[in-house]
Design a protein around this ligand. Structure first.
Ligand code: ATP
Ligand code: MN
Length: 472
């Protein structure tokens, strides 16, 4: 049998002899009793192990001294109903093994364990990202992240979307979604030395024989599989060399991109709405203790917000009508809304909070502010784009029906000065057996931020990569 986890211990009936394994959170002493809280990260709760030292087991008593916060232990004992409030069971400890000490004070070349009982700032914890999963906050974030990753697969698999792996290294820049990291094996030092004036680089000498980079989106490749397998999704790492030091941008993040053949924009909207509701339901049901913690200590009201999204019907409104609504209240905004403008956060907030009082899907945006591949409407001005906006955040999902008509797509690419030859494989999807198809993108870390209420995106991924930051 595998070693018992603490989450499993909590499901057992009292009376069992068992072993608790984990890391000490706290230790309290009261007369002859020593109370030790042990956590193993399998669930939010720690289990209390009580040592009764009145019997005079001096052996255990002497070892209790090394039971400091952060020490790893194996504690044998009996599961009993707990007299203490707030816990159904505790362990009456009989044997103790300290597998690894965590000194509370520096000694020799070992410094003190940095995670002492007091509260630490999120900034400080970012500097010890290798230890922060041992805190309540980061343990909870990691469990929510895990549950949501699983829920993404559950949702799509249940609807016959097939998981595909799109390349991480690519030579195509999907829509210029963001600046790309370059991938090269050229000897940069030699190039720099040989060309002080900055001559042209001969990429035919590079590893791939041409300029390559890290993917900014798997969408275009996903489209190729959607026009073969009907329904697919990607869920993988994405990279953007954005020099923006915000609380919402990382250089390396994870993105979910479903793509489905014979889906029109309406189907895409239905899918996106069902998807968010299903993820939030999984979080509410599967991570109740973690969410209760976020609600109490990180952001009040998040459980209610998530539940309200689950219970809502998303309002669908065209960009043109949304702007008309905004213009009626132009005085409220710093950035004056007008037809053709990109919606700002303040506009998105107003739409979800005042116009719809719930999630909103805005459709049919001006073509100028959207990507080249979106399906053009007959009005010649708008495209079949959709952004899903949620209360408190604004845009959480962006998607569209794709242009499936070859002439129209080529026409738009020409207007934008794009090189047709670079996209010949993408255009083939329209040359051979073209179909209406649609998809969207959801940034996984933005989702986790929304669910946990964590303000900084650097705190919802284990090892954040951002401008000037690639530690661990
Ligand atoms: P933003 O305007 O917030 O920069 P975007 O318009 O660049 O987003 P898209 O190109 O539509 O975003 O990418 C799809 C999704 O990926 C976004 O909705 C967002 O959730 C996420 N995303 C985009 N850039 C980043 C980033 N740098 N870090 C984390 N997530 C991101
Ligand atoms: Mn961006």
């Amino acid at each position: 049998m595998l070693p018992l986890l603490i989450k499993e211990i909590f499901t057992l009936p009292p009376g069992q002899d068992l072993v608790v394994r984990g890391w000490v959170r706290t230790k309290r002493e009261l007369k002859n009793l020593v109370f030790v809280e042990v956590n193993d990260g399998s669930c939010f709760k720690s289990i209390q192990c009580t040592f009764d030292c009145s019997g005079g087991d001096r052996g255990i008593f002497s070892r209790l001294g090394s039971l400091t916060t952060g020490a790893s232990v194996e504690i044998r004992g009996k599961l009993v109903p707990s007299p203490a409030a707030g816990q159904a069971v505790e362990v009456q400890a009989t044997e103790l093994t300290v597998t690894g000490e965590a000194p509370a004070e520096a000694s020799g070349d070992t410094s003190a364990y940095p995670l002492q009982k007091k509260r630490h700032s999120l900034e400080f914890l970012r500097e010890i990202a290798h230890l922060r999963p041992r805190t309540n906050t980061f343990g909870a974030v990691a469990r929510v992240r895990n549950r949501m990753a699983f829920a993404v697969h559950e949702f799509f698999q249940a609807r016959s979307f097939q998981y595909i792996h799109t390349p991480i290294i690519t030579a195509s820049d999907a829509e210029g979604a963001g600046a790309m990291f370059q991938v090269t094996t050229l000897n940069l030092e030699a190039l720099a030395a040989g060309s002080p004036a900055g001559g042209a680089v001969d990429y035919s000498q590079d590893f791939f024989g041409k300029r390559a980079g890290l993917t900014v989106s798997g969408q275009l490749e996903a489209e190729t599989y959607a026009t073969a397998l009907s329904r697919v999704y990607t869920f993988g790492p994405t990279f953007r060399a954005e020099n923006s030091n915000t609380t919402r941008h990382l250089a390396e993040f994870w993105m979910i991109e479903p793509e489905a053949a014979f889906f029109h924009l309406e189907d895409n909207m239905t899918l996106a709405e069902d998807f968010l509701k299903s993820l939030f339901t999984a979080a509410l049901n599967g991570c109740a203790d973690d969410l209760a913690f976020f609600d109490a200590h990180i952001e009040k009201g998040i459980i209610e917000t998530l539940q309200s999204v689950v219970d809502s019907r998303f309002t669908r409104i065209s960009y043109t009508n949304a702007v008309a609504e905004l213009e009626k209240h132009a005085g409220l905004f710093e950035f004056k809304p007008y037809w053709g403008c990109d919606l700002q956060s303040e506009h998105e907030k107003f739409l979800t909070e005042s116009v719809a009082a719930g999630p909103v899907i805005v459709t049919d945006y001006p073509r100028e502010i959207k990507a080249f591949y979106m399906k053009q409407n007959d009005d010649g001005k708008t495209v079949r784009a959709m952004d899903v906006l949620v209360p408190r955040l604004g845009e959480i999902i962006g998607g569209s029906e794709r242009e499936e008509n070859l002439e129209r797509l080529e026409g738009r690419m020409a207007e934008l000065g794009m090189n047709k030859a670079d996209y010949s494989w993408y255009l083939d999807l329209r040359r051979y057996g073209t179909v209406p198809h649609s998809g969207f993108g959801l940034g996984f870390e933005r989702l986790i931020q929304y669910i946990t209420g964590m303000a900084n995106i650097r705190d919802v991924i284990p090892y954040p990569r951002a401008v000037g930051q690639a530690e661990f």
